[in-house]
Design a protein around this ligand. Sequence first.
Ligand code: SF4
Length: 316
Amino acid sequence: MLVRSDNLTKHFHLSKNQTLHAVDGISLEISQNETLGLVGESGSGKSTLGKTLVGLLGRTSGEVYFNEEPLPKAFSAEDHLRYSKQMQMIFQDPYSSLNPRMTILDIIGEGLYIQGAHNKDQIRELVSSWLVKVGLEPDHMSRYPHEFSGGQRQRIGIARAMIIEPSFVVCDEPISALDVSVQAQVVNLLDELKQSLGLTLLFIAHDLSMVRYVSDRMAVMYLGSLVECGPANEVFFDPKHPYTELLIESNPEPDPKLERSRQFEPIQGEITSPVNIQPGCRFADRCPKVMDQCRSVTPHLIAVDTNRTVACHLYS
Ligand code: SF4
């Protein structure tokens, strides 16, 4: 197992009586060379989970293991230096994640410099080769981020993360801010790099069809907790949890003609506030199959099939 979390929790204390439960007791495993897709609505805690796994955010409780080595609860500057060689993150917004005052050479080469590489010719050579690997030109290295399109900037973000040669990369909504026509190119690039570099990925996204396409397994998150996990195709084509079912039904068809004629029941209401969460199923207020016990007893993830886990009283 390359990455493992055990009862991982990240809370933000907003005031004396208010605690935001961003991530609440998540246990998951990601094997070497596997892509785990993580889906859920905005506000479900997906990005916080990703940042906590790679140490960009300290955790409140629980454990995270990398290669079976326990990671510190909050990273020191030394820990960041040590673990950033192995774990990297690609961010959602290619517009704001690149420093507009730095050249592409400095942006992509910065990680190498921080890791102790000071030979400017070698850094330049590596940056040049990574620009080519991500489908850009070596002479792009003297330009600035504003000179590139959204898709090109995301390629720069990918090169910046990959040049360190990490083994685990969290891709946090890497295609959400891109035009539909560019999304597939970026996803294919990530997949090619995964195969050629033997990477392990946590792929966070809204688009369930895309997540199914790139992932080996899929995990569904709702209000800080995992509600379902299993092989990506099985979860997509045979969802067990009522939330997963509704999420998949409301996922738009890629073909606009089919999408216009499609009939589906949208998920009712908004995701509940993650502040001061009460016992019971977190999805109870929106669930069409809610039962009395759902309001008071918290369902936990249980195995319902080989490799399938679900947190719902329908299966307990
Ligand atoms: Fe719906 Fe109850 Fe299952 Fe929650 S536990 S998803 S409310 S049926």
